[in-house]
Every structure is written in structure tokens, then in C-alpha cells.
Design a protein around this ligand. Structure first.
Ligand code: DGP
Length: 114
């Protein structure tokens, strides 16, 4: 079997993380290299390396992740708004091949992103 990703190890509680939300299907924890005053990663518990690996059976799971985002943002106090980012592949700078949504807030974001 291939090695666990760092995020699988966080799900399995093998390495510590500052977990801010959890339910049956997903987990959210603070990013170790925050790019904003609030920077949280929302991940499915199912191992899906990237957006490109989604299959039709993931339809409900993806919907669930999106539905969790506003609840999570409210819990994090991001009433003035927040940015969500899903990096996919090397050109986007994806480092961890376990699907994750970055939730960034607590400062004014610029556009276009770098
Ligand atoms: P990406 O570049 O989209 O694959 O983002 C991966 C993010 O994961 C990056 O912002 C840093 C974060 N990260 C990497 N390793 C760890 C870790 O061990 N713990 C936590 N909390 N975050 C991590």
C-alpha cells in the first residue's frame, strides 16, 4: 500500500492538528503555514488526491463539503467574507495530494491571485 499522506495521518490522529470542525465525512483544521489571519483546510475523510480524481460517486460528498463551508466560516467569525481555494496539480502549487479546500479570511484579499 502507498504511504499515507500527511492529511490522512491527521485524520487518523497520528499527528496533531488544530481541528476546528469534524463530522462523519470531513475534517477542518488550521493550516500550518497560514497565509491569512484565519487559514483553515477543509478535507474529506475519503482519500481523493485532487479534483481530477473525483468520480460520480463523490457527487454528494462534494456537495457536503460546499455546504459545510458557510457554517465553518461563520464558526470562524469570518462575517466580512472569506476566500476558498482548491489547488489542483503542479501549476496550482498543490503540495498535498489529498483533496482540500483552503478557507482564508480575516484580511482583505487581493485579486487576481498570484
Ligand atoms: P496545497 O499547496 O494546496 O497542497 O496546500 C497544502 C497546505 O497544507 C499548505 O498550505 C500547508 C498545509 N500543510 C502541510 N503540511 C501540514 C501539516 O502537517 N499540518 C497542517 N496543519 N497543515 C499542513
Amino acid at each position: 500500500m502507498s504511504e499515507k499522506t500527511i492529511f490522512r495521518r491527521i485524520i487518523d490522529r497520528e499527528i496533531p492538528a488544530d481541528i476546528v470542525y469534524e463530522d462523519e465525512h470531513c475534517l477542518a483544521f488550521r493550516d500550518i503555514k497560514p497565509q491569512a489571519p484565519t487559514h483553515v483546510l477543509l478535507i474529506p475523510k475519503k482519500e481523493i488526491p485532487s479534483l481530477n480524481d473525483l468520480t460520480p460517486e463523490d457527487h454528494a460528498l462534494v456537495g457536503h463539503l460546499i455546504m459545510v463551508l458557510p457554517k465553518l466560516a461563520a464558526q470562524l467569525g469570518l462575517g466580512d467574507g472569506y476566500r476558498t481555494v482548491i489547488n489542483c496539480g503542479p501549476d496550482a502549487g498543490q503540495e498535498v495530494y489529498h483533496l482540500h479546500v483552503h478557507v482564508l479570511g480575516g484580511r482583505r484579499m487581493t485579486w487576481p491571485p498570484g
